[in-house]
Design a protein around this ligand. Structure first.
Ligand code: ADP
Ligand code: MG
Length: 221
């Protein structure tokens, strides 16, 4: 359901030299699978995830979301498809600071055209399932780091995406809170049979996934 073939990506450094970050990276993810991508800092994990999510484009190679080759369609169509098809969870929560937790989670549904009442009802229900019923009307800054990431998980799952991409979703949390947040993410993905690609440097977390890829010197295996 997600397939990448021979992705290459380079960046220009400050001296104008081209630095190869990804070299012929290929990956195949089946429906419902949970995949871990590991690799040291700077190895290109975020770059790869951004390509898979259609946020950035490869220099060469192809990416398929189900039957759609997203490297062959306009960025506008990629954006539209991403909104309905995909959920993102980042290292830092990226919740909107001026909006309550409930509004942050409702937003993807409102963008998708749902009525405000229905969007709020569904968001309240999911936030309650994730243990955040006491945080609905709080702003992100009034919540703990773990609560903020759980809200980010709710926002990523609320529109029932086919695919979740998570970039070190617990990168800035202490170990206990990390495990708790991760448990929430993995449980949700398993229960809803949502395909998930997760970047992590934590071996214990990777071992709970169905398959582990390692990114090393631009090569994915
Ligand atoms: P990781 O997520 O594994 O830590 P990244 O994908 O963020 O690695 O970065 C991989 C390499 O690409 C790093 O050397 C980083 O400095 C470089 N890089 C990432 N994004 C850019 C960019 N927009 N411009 C130039 N270099 C970049
Ligand atoms: Mg990164």
């Amino acid at each position: 359901m997600l397939r990448a073939i021979d992705l290459c990506k380079s960046y220009q450094n400050d001296e104008g030299q081209s630095i190869r970050v990804l070299q012929n990276c290929s990956l195949d993810v089946e429906e419902g699978q949970i995949i871990a991508i590991m690799g040291s800092s700077g190895s290109g994990k975020s770059t790869l995830l951004h390509l898979l999510g259609g946020i950035d484009t490869p220099d060469s190679g192809t990416i398929h979301w189900s039957d759609t080759n997203i490297t062959a369609i306009s960025s506008k169509r990629v954006d539209a498809l991403r909104n309905q098809w995909m959920g993102f969870i980042f290292q830092f929560h990226h919740l909107l600071a001026d909006f309550t937790i409930l509004d942050n989670v409702s937003l993807p549904l409102l963008i998708g055209g749902m009525t405000e009442k229905e969007a709020r009802d569904q968001s309240r229900e999911l936030l309650t399932e994730l243990g955040l019923e006491h945080r609905l009307s709080h702003l992100p800054k009034q919540c703990s780091g773990g609560e903020q990431q759980r809200a980010a998980i709710a926002r990523a799952f609320i529109h029932r995406p086919n695919l979740i991409l998570a970039d070190e979703p617990t990168g800035n949390l202490d170990e206990t809170t990390s495990n708790e947040v991760l448990h929430v993410l993995l449980t949700r993905a398993r229960e809803t049979k949502t395909t998930c690609v997760m970047v992590t440097h934590d071996v214990d977390i990777a071992n709970q996934c169905d398959k582990i890829y390692e990114l090393q010197e631009g090569v994915l295996r």
